[in-house]
Design a protein around this ligand. Sequence first.
Ligand code: MG
Length: 224
Amino acid sequence: MLWDIDLTLVDARGFGPRWYRQALAAVTGRALENMPDTAGRTELAITTDVLENHGVPADETTIAAMFTALTSAVAETRDELAERGSARPGAAQVLKALSLEPGFEQTLVTGNLAEVAFHKLESFDLHHHVDFEIGGFGADSVHRHDLIADSVAKAADRRGAMISPDSVVVVGDTPHDVAGALSFGAIAVGVATGHSTETQLHAAGAHAVLPDLADTDAVLTALS
Ligand SMILES: [Mg+2]
């Protein structure tokens, strides 16, 4: 089970631009003038755009410095994030219920950096049943699709056995999450707690679409 974070498990709305403003200023001395689209995209893709949109070459060293600065910015605002952001209703209950299902592993496929993913989940006490070691994270590719393959390869390595794509479930709030799942051959579950409607998630090809995670039994039924 591969979970998206933003607007699926956690609402950190409003913090993203602030973290980027802080990181861009720290690394380049420039003021953030605009933010690219972030929904369903990876941190590598977003950071590259932010740098290029501000006239800074997106070379490996600068990107690495931005990632370090972003992680610090998130760590510094942890308390505020916990206070002003929120866990999606039912997220904690669903993660816990799935952790009790035999043979089920839960991890993340998210555009976030691994460290940022941890901060975001731990801020809302959602980190307990998620295996961060086998996640797919946003530092590794500009293509969200790649992160699913990354995560499944890590899980297969650890098990020492192949994992068939159709035993993988990807849960997310955007058509990007759905498209990533379908291109890998995984089961795509849409949750309409982001900017996309249930209709849009169905149209993207999701195998199942949930209005939210609030009803644990309904979610477990849909996922099984
Ligand atoms: Mg999301």
